[in-house]
Design a protein around this ligand. Structure first.
Ligand code: NAG
Ligand code: NAG
Ligand code: NAG
Ligand code: NAG
Ligand code: NAG
Ligand code: NAG
Length: 290
């Protein structure tokens, strides 16, 4: 019987790793500049164009259902959660606006970019002194099951400020942030990837690519063993493998704040990244080449 190598890794690792906990938290720092006038999903059709994409690693976000972040801004901190992985504003989206002039915060659901009143529903809540111009304050947003919730603090589901139910639930595939009304903002955003490493690695189907992440171990072994070693290590985020010389490099981000995933073209090598939450969340990084 002939197995495709990939399938075989999956089967074996599922057996080996069911009780092993992996996990990944990606922190991104973003600075949003001053935008002069009032920009929001109510009035701007191509709203996604005004946002800064926080998904620097091109993660498949569909397995993620919450976000924890800190923001330092005087007012009008916007988070856009879009169902479109290419940030198309005509697709369904949620907008969370924290702290307008009148200290209100909003959770908005918009079905398309027609700007008609039927195309959106929203909830607003009074949130006095919710932001501070000089201090980073923590918030979370959760969108599991079409229940969109906003709260304060770093623990998802605690200290709920408001929520909006959307029966046409969708998966969030891109996330952007911005500040407007002449306020600039500094953000630290954490994407919490489920810790369910299910023994699957993704190679983006590209040959001759080697990642330049920090090498935590450099061994001579079969690819199966390489995948297993990485799977069993909590710090290992992926591996480079060269089948011609049976070389395996286990890789780590190197720090908890990653700003780029460096890589280069090198014959004979292949880079595999760890997937989480089943196969739904894999790091895919070769957008730079595309
Ligand atoms: C990101 O911002 C936080 C402050 O919220 C800071 O502690 C951290 O050092 C920053 N990281 C980078 C890489 O700038
Ligand atoms: C906010 O971001 C801007 C632009 O990157 C930077 O110049 C400034 O130092 C940041 N402020 C803080 C307190 O991190
Ligand atoms: C907004 O972004 C879309 C897709 O990237 C692009 O086609 C469109 O021209 C942009 N609109 C503006 C006003 O820049
Ligand atoms: C936008 O969504 C609304 C509400 O679902 C719908 O009535 C309207 O036909 C849609 N418009 C476009 C241009 O898709
Ligand atoms: C912002 O935080 C600083 C430091 O904690 C505090 O002195 C100031 O009063 C706060 N400003 C507002 C508007 O809450
Ligand atoms: C934004 O700031 C600029 C320069 O500080 C000012 O000219 C403009 O009127 C301000 N706009 C708003 C909407 O406050």
């Amino acid at each position: 019987m002939v197995f495709k190598t990939e399938q075989m890794f999956e089967i074996l690792l599922l057996c080996f790793l069911t009780s092993i906990v992996g996990g990944l938290q990606i922190t991104t720092n973003v600075s949003t500049p001053k935008v002069d006038s009032g920009i929001d999903a109510f009035t701007i059709a191509d709203i996604m164009n005004y946002t800064i994409d926080i998904n620097k690693f091109n993660l498949d976000l569909s397995g993620i259902t919450s976000l924890v972040f800190e923001v330092k801004a005087c007012m009008y901190a916007h988070v856009l959660l879009s169902s479109s992985d290419v940030r198309k504003s005509s697709e369904p989206l949620y907008e969370i606006i924290i702290g307008d002039y009148n200290y209100r915060s909003y959770i908005v659901y918009r079905t398309n970019d027609s700007l008609s009143s039927e195309s959106r529903t929203f909830k607003n809540v009074n949130t006095p002194d919710i932001l501070n111009c000089t201090v980073y304050l923590p918030f979370w947003i959760r969108w599991a099951g079409g229940e969109i919730k906003l709260g304060t603090g770093v623990v998802v589901s605690e200290n709920v400020l408001g929520s909006l139910t959307n029966t046409d639930h969708f998966e969030v595939r891109s996330i952007g942030v911005f500040t407007d009304k002449n306020a600039s903002g500094n953000w630290t955003i954490q994407l919490e990837v489920s810790d369910k490493f299910a023994g699957y690695f993704d190679n983006c189907m590209k040959d001759n690519i080697k990642s330049d992440m920090v090498v935590i171990d450099d061994i001579q072994c079969s690819e199966m063993r390489c995948a297993t070693r990485c799977g069993m290590s909590k710090t290992c985020m992926g591996y480079n493998f060269n089948s011609a010389i049976s070389k395996c490099e286990l890789l780590w981000f190197g720090s908890d704040v990653v700003t780029d995933i460096p890589h280069h073209i090198e014959a004979g090598w292949r880079f595999y990244s760890k997937c989480f939450n089943g196969k739904t969340v894999c790091l895919g990084w070769f957008y730079l080449d595309d």
